[in-house]
Design a protein around this ligand. Structure first.
Ligand SMILES: Cc1cc2nc3c(=O)[nH]c(=O)nc-3n(C[C@H](O)[C@H](O)[C@H](O)COP(=O)(O)O)c2cc1C
Length: 449
């Protein structure tokens, strides 16, 4: 007797989330993971996350309304909540919106610790069940790539935060009490090396390590219900998905393969490029939003110069105290080929943007610190390269910043010579079907050997 796609992963996970398959599509920023993508996933019995990061609030509200209208009431969907250490107010406002819109599942990513906003979201959904157990009306799928962050999510909500929310009247005494008995997140998506922001983890190292952590914390806190660990990163073929389940993943999540589909909200020209990549056609560079810290993103390398240039700017930033200290020849090259405008124009645009968005303290800081000013100018380049990708990919192709990972290269190889070679035939739900069915067949074959 073999297995089938619908039996892969954790049964309770599927049941609790209301999905037919233990498979989710991850959030992709600025609505790349679009409302259409989420609807296609939901209709087919999978879980899709709307890429709400970097999206205007009104659009998030509209997209949620659209998804609700198109999906049958019993079909779930999720929305991304991005952690922001620098701007807790933005995080708080987003949680407010998610609760107002009655969004029941969120993907919490880029968190380094459990914040009051997250706890508020978690506790707002708690109630006591008929059997005295804890019922979760809201679910946080925490995306983690580091054990110390996973540990926080596997613990009950921090007491001081719960006490404060209770004092502020934002949660009830019952919710505060129930919170002591369960982890903040019942589901954690362990993210190995992936497209976009990445810690470059290795799945076969990271997942077992998180599973050990789960065992320890479940024992320590005596949880009545198990924590589920999903795996993301590098999943682009049935064999990779089979390996994830063989490692004991309770569910899987894909990302890069979904960006090169009809449903993804990115330009056709970018999809044309993505459809051609192989497994070696991506590279790492510092992330624009965390430029000074050196956090990494994985991006398209084939046919573009963006990663090489971003790495060059990062090296210059580390070794120079100001823009003016950089040798004139290098400065000229950067202005002519990276920025495509003068340094003065870049700074003027940066300053205008900061003033327009109320970040005058940043302008003042840059006035005092030439190194800070240089960092802001280099960050402008990230904004520029990203705008090109979303708005006008043909204008300056060398500078395109396209987040993607090698899982897409593996997928492209796998579908070569089939109708799916052309992204115009690629649909997120069809990809999910093929990956899950293929994985089930592979695991069945292994069993029978
Ligand atoms: C273009 C792109 C944008 C992404 N944006 C986000 C995001 O906004 N929030 C998030 O949690 N993950 C984001 N991710 C990560 C995916 O949700 C997913 O975890 C990851 O892509 C899985 O690894 P894979 O790319 O190897 O399949 C993004 C990935 C890509 C490729």
């Amino acid at each position: 007797m073999g297995t089938t796609a619908g039996r892969l992963g954790d049964e309770r996970f599927r049941r609790d989330l209301g999905i037919d398959y233990a498979y989710a599509s991850g959030s992709m920023y600025r609505g790349v993971a679009s409302k259409e993508l989420v609807v296609a996933m939901g209709r087919a019995g999978y879980l899709g996350f709307l890429g709400a990061a970097g999206m205007p609030v009104e659009r998030v509200v509209d997209d949620i309304a659209h998804i609700r209208k198109e999906l049958a009431p019993h079909r779930p969907f999720g929305v991304n909540l991005l952690g922001s250490l620098a701007d807790p107010e933005r995080e708080r406002a987003m949680v407010e919106l998610l609760l107002t819109e009655d969004v029941r599942i969120i993907e919490a990513s880029a968190f380094v610790k459990v914040t009051p906003a997250l706890v508020r979201y978690q506790l707002s959904g708690l109630r006591r069940g008929h059997d005295g157990g804890v019922v979760r009306g809201t679910r946080i799928l925490a995306k983690v790539s580091r054990p110390e962050v996973a540990r926080e999510f596997m613990r009950p909500a921090p007491e001081p935060i719960v006490a404060r929310l209770l004092a502020e009247g934002l949660v009830t005494a019952e919710q505060a009490e129930l919170a002591r008995r369960i982890p903040v997140a019942q589901e954690l998506t362990v993210e190995a090396d992936s497209g976009g922001h990445t810690d470059r983890g290795v799945a076969s190292v990271l997942l077992p390590s998180m599973q050990a952590l789960r065992r320890d914390l479940t024992r320590e806190h005596g949880y009545a219900e198990g924590i589920r660990l999903g795996l993301a990163g590098g999943l682009g073929t049935p064999r990779a998905v089979a390996a994830a389940f063989a490692l004991g993943a309770d569910y899987v999540m894909t990302g890069s393969v979904n960006q090169c589909t009809v449903e993804a909200a990115i330009s056709d020209r970018v999809k044309d490029r993505l459809q051609e990549i192989d497994v070696q056609d991506t590279d790492y560079c510092p992330a624009g939003d965390m430029f000074e810290i050196g956090a990494l993103v994985q991006v398209l390398k084939k046919g573009v110069l963006f990663p090489a240039r971003a790495n060059k700017l990062s090296a210059l930033y580390r070794t120079h105290e100001s823009w003016e200290e950089i040798p004139p020849g290098t400065r000229r090259q950067i202005q002519d080929t990276f920025f495509k405008r003068s340094a003065e124009d870049v700074w003027r645009e940066t300053k205008e943007y900061l003033e327009r968005t109320g970040q005058t303290d940043e302008v003042e800081r840059a006035g005092r610190s030439p190194k800070r000013r240089m960092a802001l100018m280099f960050r402008w380049y990230y904004g520029y390269s990203s705008r090109l990708t979303f708005q006008d990919p043909d204008r300056d192709p060398a500078n395109l910043q396209v987040h993607t990972g090698p899982a897409l290269g593996a997928f492209n190889q796998w579908v070569k010579g089939t109708p799916l070679e052309d992204w115009r035939n690629r649909h997120v739900d069809r990809i999910a079907d093929d990956l899950m069915r293929g994985a089930a067949d592979i695991l069945t074959e292994h069993q029978s050997r």
